[in-house]
Design a protein around this ligand. Structure first.
Ligand code: NAD
Length: 335
């Protein structure tokens, strides 16, 4: 029997909501990301075709999943959004064209090109240069308080160094597990007859969302900053920088920033960056699932604004899927 569009939409939403719960709340996905992405795109396509059926509770309108009740909650006064995806050069060209049309721009954009680290997004708050709070992204508006766990990651400075640090600075970035550490952790688990982690993302999420920070402290986690949230900056200098220069400034304050990040001029250069990173993917010390291309100019970013769950000025340009369903199903997941 053929399903009506309404029934198809409803079925996809139920399925995606369950996958979201497994992935974000339990850290235990049961399908590969490529399959999730396929269903998500199918839902987006149907909703575009039948806009009257769009509802605010659809996974296409929301970020992640609600925080786990066992952690105390942190409100993000600037939401932590997701990213729209591009899966090929045509998608990427449409993204650039949409922005150009919206801004009525004849020239080229300057893009900040960044590897898309496969971990989980966190927000780390510094007051007068001192780390006071850290939270997961959660559903974008409310995250989990993971301050004690973040403090165990050696790459994360407890105190910033240098000049003109804003009075309040929320640093946003990715916590991830480098591949060497991931292998070591799983080897140890195997030797001890314990369950292994399915992939580095799963291992990073499971390690960071531990109620006992002593366990997190034993896990080889790393952090790279890729943006900022709330800034209270009396001198107002940081505010005036472009996205790329802000990241360089974060580095001078002692925050780790991915060394592969580049500022490029124009669409063709961004595409070349994508291909370069794709070619070198297997040589990187960490897992990535694409690159993120962001308009670097803050005035342009502000003019472009946001849609439901993602900024209009950035895109996750994903690499072709590597994993197969069988790989995931064969693995015994650790929650
Ligand atoms: P996303 O992972 O596609 O993109 C947004 C995230 O990218 C950010 O929150 C941040 O954590 C990360 N990121 C990494 N590097 C970044 C950088 N340089 N700049 C900015 N952000 C960067 O979006 P999402 O909403 O976290 O997750 C959606 C994806 O997760 C899906 O496309 C799917 O692949 C996967 N997923 C899988 C399942 C499953 O069951 N397998 C379920 C839900 C989601």
């Amino acid at each position: 029997m053929n399903l009506s569009p309404e029934q198809q939409i409803s079925q996809l939403r139920t399925q995606l909501a369950e996958y979201n719960y497994q992935y974000y709340v339990l850290d235990a996905p049961t399908v590969p990301d490529a399959e999730y992405d396929r269903l998500f795109r199918e839902l987006q396509r149907l909703e575009q075709q039948y806009p009257a059926l769009i509802s605010s509770d659809s996974p296409t309108q929301r970020v992640g999943a609600a925080p786990l009740a066992k952690f105390s909650q942190v409100q993000h006064s600037i939401p932590m959004l997701s990213l729209d995806n591009a899966f090929d050069a045509t998608d990427f060209a449409s993204f650039v064209k949409r922005m150009r049309d919206r801004l009525d721009l004849a020239g080229e954009f300057r893009f900040c090109c960044e590897p898309k680290l496969d971990g989980l997004a966190v927000s780390i708050r510094y007051e007068n240069g001192v780390l006071v709070q850290a939270a997961t992204r959660g559903d974008g508006y409310t995250g989990e308080d993971i301050t004690s766990n973040i403090r165990t990651i050696r790459a994360v400075p407890l105190k910033l160094k240098g000049e003109q640090i804003p009075a309040v600075l929320e640093v946003r970035g990715e916590v991830f597990m480098p591949l060497a550490g991931f292998e070591q952790l799983n080897n140890l688990a195997r030797q001890q007859g314990e369950k292994v982690f399915a992939n580095p993302r799963n291992a990073a999420a499971g390690s960071l969302r531990q109620l006992d920070p002593a366990i997190t402290a034993t896990r080889p986690l790393m952090f790279y900053a890729y943006g900022v949230g709330v800034i209270e900056d009396n001198a107002n200098q940081f505010n005036n920088l472009c996205h790329y220069t802000r990241l360089q400034q974060l580095k001078t304050w002692g925050l780790p920033v991915c060394p592969e990040i580049r500022l490029v001029e124009g669409e063709a250069a961004a595409l070349a960056y994508y291909h370069d990173i794709l070619d070198r993917r297997s040589q990187l010390a960490y897992e990535i699932d694409g690159v993120v291309i962001k308009v670097s100019d803050l005035t342009q970013q502000q003019a472009l604004g946001f849609v439901a769950r993602a900024p209009r000025w950035a895109i996750a340009f994903k690499f072709p899927a590597q994993e197969m369903i069988t790989t995931l199903l064969e693995v015994d997941f650790q929650v």
